[in-house]
Design a protein around this ligand. Structure first.
Ligand code: IPE
Ligand code: IPE
Ligand code: MG
Length: 251
């Protein structure tokens, strides 16, 4: 089955809103933190699955800028888990030739996970084919604010006139600069919202929502999401008929 799916066109970039760790844990009488620990296991499983399924870019929403509002104990546990994940994961990423990237206001992360992140990014920086992007202290709105400030500074210095501002220029100032837009956004746990994840970049992404909580999410679930994606028609503003004509011409 993986074979067939991996031969299809795309998705080349999947973004995942990994949700439901807390509810998964609570449903079995465990602490929310145990749910997060289990969620980390799923990350490893899905990184492997992406290579099997020929998905070159995987963006995982690991911690939103709004998640600082959780109880301190939970935030601390998440930061510790992040550090442990990075320390453990680096060797495997190198072995699998996966380049690690991070998006979000990374300078606001605690020193320990920030150091581990820097090391992992450095250790994998020369890989070209496979990419894992962690969204950490990420918020699309913050990202837009930061990009706007950078562009405004250029205009204030007289290096750029406002009429020359283009979407490409804005995109180049986002944290995701240099990365392709996501083709497919998956959210687990039954919630059907974006929670500030890749708002601009997913302008033409397909969305897949599943009630499965992140700790239970497997390669089979990812394959199902990809199957659904293959049955969608991405029109990018054009008509279905136009796409049919183009497809017959390219055959
Ligand atoms: C997602 O699971 C993990 C993070 C946001 C870090 P949650 O912790 O949001 O789980 P629920 O939504 O409370 O079940
Ligand atoms: C979104 O999940 C953030 C991550 C998955 C890291 P949340 O659980 O924080 O989102 P809301 O608060 O339910 O929208
Ligand atoms: Mg949640």
């Amino acid at each position: 089955m993986s074979e067939n799916l991996s031969q299809h066109n795309g998705p080349d970039h999947i973004g995942i809103i990994m949700d439901g760790n807390g509810r998964w844990a609570q449903a079995q009488g465990l602490s929310r933190i145990k749910g997060h620990r289990q969620g980390v296991e799923t990350c490893r499983r899905i990184i492997d699955a992406c290579q099997d399924l020929n998905v070159h870019y995987l963006t995982l929403y690991a911690f939103s800028a709004e998640n600082w509002n959780r109880p301190e104990r939970e935030v601390n546990a998440l930061m510790e888990l992040l550090e442990l994940f990075l320390m453990k994961e680096t060797k495997l990423l190198v072995k699998q030739k996966v380049r690690l990237h991070a998006i979000g206001r990374l300078e606001e992360l605690p020193a320990k996970p920030r150091r581990a992140l820097k090391k992992a990014i450095e250790a994998t920086k020369n890989f070209k084919e496979w990419h894992l992007i962690l969204a950490l202290n990420y918020s699309s709105r913050n990202e837009i604010v930061d990009a706007t400030k950078a562009i405004a500074e250029k205009t204030a210095k007289g290096n750029l006139s406002p009429e020359n501002i283009t979407w490409e220029m804005i995109a180049a100032n986002l944290d995701t600069s240099g990365l392709p837009d996501p083709d497919l956004i998956v959210r687990t746990s039954g919630e059907t919202r974006l929670s500030n994840f890749l708002l601009m970049q997913s302008a033409y992404a397909e969305f897949y929502f599943t009630s499965t909580c992140w700790p239970d999410f497997t390669k089979a679930h990812l394959e199902e999401a990809i199957r659904v994606y293959h049955n969608r028609e991405r029109r990018f503003g054009r008509t279905g008929e136009q796409l049919d004509v183009e497809a017959s011409l390219s055959r």
